[in-house]
Design a binder for this molecule. Sequence first.
Ligand code: HAM
Length: 442
Amino acid sequence: MKIDRLPGFREFYPDECALRNHLFRTLRKVARNFSFQEYDAPVLEPLDLYIEKSGPEIVGQLFNFEDKGGRSVSLRPEMTPSLARMVGSQAGSMRRPIKWFSIGEQFRYERMQKGRLRSFYQFNADVLGEEGVGADAELVTLLIACLQGLGLNESHFHVRLSDRNLWYLFLESKRFTENQISGILGVVDKSERMSPEKLRAALCGIIDSSKVDSLLENICEIKALDELDKVRDYFSEFRDSEAIQKRLENWGSLFDSLEAMGVLPFISVDLSIVRGLAYYTGFVFEAFERSGKSRALAGGGRYDNLVGKLTPGSDMTATGFAIGDVTLVECLKTHELLPKYLDSQDLYVVIGGPQERLTGLGIVGAFRKLGFSVSYSLKDQNLKKQLKDASQRNARLAIIVGSDELDQGMVLIKDMVNRKEVKVSMENLVRSVDAFFTDGKL
Ligand code: HAM
């Protein structure tokens, strides 16, 4: 009986693994470049870690079950609650700000659609213990540098920036309750995918129907604010709200920092982004392809209350984001930004015949010890087949160990890209190969 893999789960054949390694290698390099440290957390967690913390959308998608010890557990749908618990439990002894990143598999039992699977990888980066906009600026800049590191530029993607805090202050000034505000923000989050009638009906379920029309008008106006100056103008009428005026100053500082870091051209102000996760409290952002057709490449924002909620007494402000691998790879493919040779190797030792095999194996072993990646044919094969194999495996150089050359104490080195060949003595072999990989010359 053939047993298929589960829907929404992927197998990674070597080419796909090589691509995944390329992504992870690049993202790790950029994170270290920004002096973030790597951490990891369990894949299986107590179900309670996600209930209420992640918000109804994710809770509905949990891959949860009861383990053999009768515990309610869940595969992790995201890293943030585990990170918040880890940091909270050692908050007192940690030097702040904490700048951590992680790369790991996440699981969500979602309805499958383009760009959405049930198992996917995320690169998470978070800054904890810094309440100022410096942390938000650092993260938005890191997100942009990660995507740039993979070859994407300002014509390919943008970061849509919004502010849950500004929404909150605005709705509070309209005298809505906490519960109503979170309900309204949930509706704003889905509003792009809703017809006007559905939107109205959803709001009627949350607030007094006499207030729906004016709120709908406000929501449309706020969603249309697409520049910092327009945000300032619109909210300047709330002059008596000190909190809103202070918030606008934060916007100004954030934009000044983003400009100084050279990433302003990637930023689009877009207050329709409020994020589905329940814990966000401040600036929130999502990266999208400019074409606007695909789902988000990444998302994140500030979540100042989660650490304290998970570890009472250890309050710590926090902000972060995650990039998902599925939409990212689709985007890199669309723009032809995947490297051609992901699984190449340095050397292929071509063995002339049975008499030369042991000498050939000696060469293989010697170069492997020196740290080169080396391949060769495990059985005797004619030269043509071995050279074809070398080229299919994307070897950079072939070392051909033939009987005529060996009689003179020589071997042939062949550049597999430009096909040039040179004969070198066995004594000079390592030096010649080294020189080739240093300055590209044979
Ligand atoms: P999120 O927006 O739920 O945020 O996920 C971030 C990214 O993960 C998405 O933009 C998308 O690329 C990818 N992703 C999410 N769900 C799926 C799926 N079913 N299939 C494929 N890719 C998916 C978070 O997870 C937050 N915890 C991010 C964060 C970190 N906030 C603060 N720190």
